[in-house]
Design a protein around this ligand. Structure first.
Ligand code: PMV
Length: 314
């Protein structure tokens, strides 16, 4: 039995739009921070025969952690791709579970494809004696889900030419995701990548993302928290703007998302300080705090955040 666990990641500069769908080549660079507290564990159990199978989770596991039929097929397809790359004939029974909700816009595809690729690498090592490097695993994983290639590093800059550069983030950063609703998302990121190309705002997106990446790196170096906040806010609204102006348009925002975003704005207006904020292709709001901001966090709770469930890295 081959078991591996991998973390999700949150993009600070978003990967949205591909120049090659089949290979998951992004139109511009993206930058992510890995969320070690949100993980997927994949188990590959060797079995007789040629066909890989999917085993549902034990009943005791919550249903929101189950992958949809479409998600399962995508997963098994990636396993076949991996086996074909290395002529590995062995069939497997696959089980996967997250410690957070699946397909709700919490980057579960990143952690699950990274975990599947890692579990496969263990099987390959054991069965054929072949070792895969971290960079090789990341590149293979990219084929299943683009953003999963970034989950192999604690922070990662992914460039359109395929380069994956590890990035160090400050040790005192803490992550909180505010869970705004329980629904599974109706537009997958696969669809979103295609649709955004129809937005009139996509023109200029590549330059905007690359420029923000440069700004972000300079602001990170200068520890300019206020500007980092402005850059990340502009970046996620840029992506949301693409969603809202695509043909046909779509949205992940829920009333609760706006409520939380307004609370954070209120905190920044009152205290001239607050968390960094970003959103993914989902309704949830991601907050990044520094260790020394715990009093501010309590203030945000009293502004209404205490009414929402959260998942935190501490
Ligand atoms: O890896 P995919 O194809 O699920 O794309 C993920 C895209 C976003 O999560 C919306 C942004 C990102 O960079 O992670």
């Amino acid at each position: 039995m081959f078991v591996a666990t991998a973390p999700a990641n949150i993009a600070l500069i978003k990967y949205m739009g591909k120049s090659c769908d089949r290979e998951n080549i992004p139109t511009h660079s993206s930058l992510s921070w890995t969320l070690n507290h949100l993980t997927t564990t994949v188990q590959l159990k060797p079995k007789a025969g040629d066909e890989d199978t999917w085993s549902p989770l034990e009943k005791s596991q919550s249903s929101h952690q189950q992958l949809s039929q479409f998600g399962q097929q995508r997963f098994l397809k990636h396993l076949i791709y991996l086996k074909n790359q290395f002529q590995l004939g062995q069939a497997f029974d696959v089980q996967s579970h997250n410690n957070f909700p699946s397909e709700s816009g919490l980057a579960s595809s990143a952690s699950s494809f990274a975990a599947l690729t890692k579990a496969f690498a263990k099987a390959l090592q054991e069965i054929k004696g072949e070792d895969l490097s971290l960079q090789q695993c990341a590149k293979l994983s990219r084929k299943g889900s683009g953003s999963s290639c970034r989950s192999f590093f604690s922070g990662c800059l992914w460039k359109p030419d395929g380069q994956l550069c590890p990035i160090d983030f400050p040790k005192d950063w803490r992550h909180v995701v505010v869970l705004v609703c329980k629904d599974k998302k109706t537009i997958s990121s696969l669809q979103a990548h295609k649709r955004v190309l129809t937005s009139p705002l996509y023109k200029g997106r590549v330059n905007r993302a690359e420029k923000r990446l440069q700004d972000f790196m300079a602001q990170l170096k200068a520890e300019d928290w206020g500007r980092l906040h402005q850059t990340l806010k502009a970046e996620f609204w840029d992506m949301m703007g693409l969603f809202h102006t695509s043909f046909p348009s779509f949205s992940y925002l829920k009333p609760g998302s706006i409520e939380v975003l307004n609370m954070v704005d209120q905190l920044w207006a009152d205290a001239k300080e607050g968390p960094l904020v970003t959103m993914d292709a989902g309704p949830h709001v991601h907050l990044i705090w520094r260790d020394d901001q715990m009093a501010l966090m309590s203030k945000l709770k009293s502004l209404g955040l205490e009414n929402f469930p959260t998942l935190s890295s501490f």
